[in-house]
Write a protein that binds this ligand. Structure first.
Ligand code: MN
Length: 210
């Protein structure tokens, strides 16, 4: 799919880690998430995590690892906190962009809907639980739908933390850092979360991850 975020040539990646293209155009989620939000969130924040990671990894063993390997290798290492924070934020944001789509929301189908109904009781019950996690994550972080030991669960993580470092398999995420919603929703995180679930969530991506 085409995308029209232009990263200036002067800002080209200078290391092994790259900023992946968005899966849709920068204005494709409007009016729910504006092109201005995407320009800052993707073009500035996500890009900065990539640049920071390349700078921190330079000349270190991390340079030779995949992004996922860096996240897992540094998760429990206080001496590598900066590398972990930036690597995990690169991974989380790429996963988040794919968790969104134009004309998203609605209901999942097939096996995913069956699993949600079985594990949460109903789609509405899932949405309530997910929204509660997203709204109550104190400060910055993420809400996730994960597959954990054969059961779908909702979890939340603070700051850069990610289910990737544990046993659970992430299916979908919602970024609840203020930079994800403040330009469009100001302090109204609950409205942003409701819009994520009703208008933006990419159930096809979740189904692929199942
Ligand atoms: Mn973010």
């Amino acid at each position: 799919m085409s995308q029209n975020i232009q990263v200036p040539a002067t800002a080209a990646a200078t290391g092994p880690f790259v900023l992946p293209p968005l899966p849709w155009k920068d204005d494709a989620l409007a009016p729910h998430v504006s092109a201005q939000t995407i320009s800052f969130h993707y073009g500035k924040h996500h890009k900065a995590y990539v640049d920071n990671l390349n700078n921190l990894a330079k000349g270190k063993p991390f340079e030779k690892l995949s992004l996922e390997e860096v996240v897992k290798a540094t998760a429990k290492d206080p001496a590598a906190q900066g590398v972990f924070n930036n690597a995990a934020q690169v991974w989380n944001h790429t996963f988040f962009w794919h968790s969104l789509r134009p004309n998203g929301g609605g209901a999942p189908t097939g096996k995913l809907l069956e699993r949600i109904t079985a594990d949460f009781g109903s789609l509405e019950a899932f949405k309530t639980q997910f929204a509660d996690a997203a709204k109550t994550q104190f400060g910055s972080g993420w809400a996730w739908l994960v597959l954990d030991a054969g059961k779908l669960k909702v979890v939340k993580t603070p700051n850069a933390e990610t289910p990737l470092t544990g046993a659970a398999k992430p299916l979908i995420t919602c970024d609840v850092w203020e930079h994800a919603y403040y330009l469009d929703y100001q302090n109204r995180r609950p409205d942003y979360v409701t819009t994520f679930l009703d208008k933006l969530v990419n159930w096809e991506f979740a189904a692929q991850n199942l």
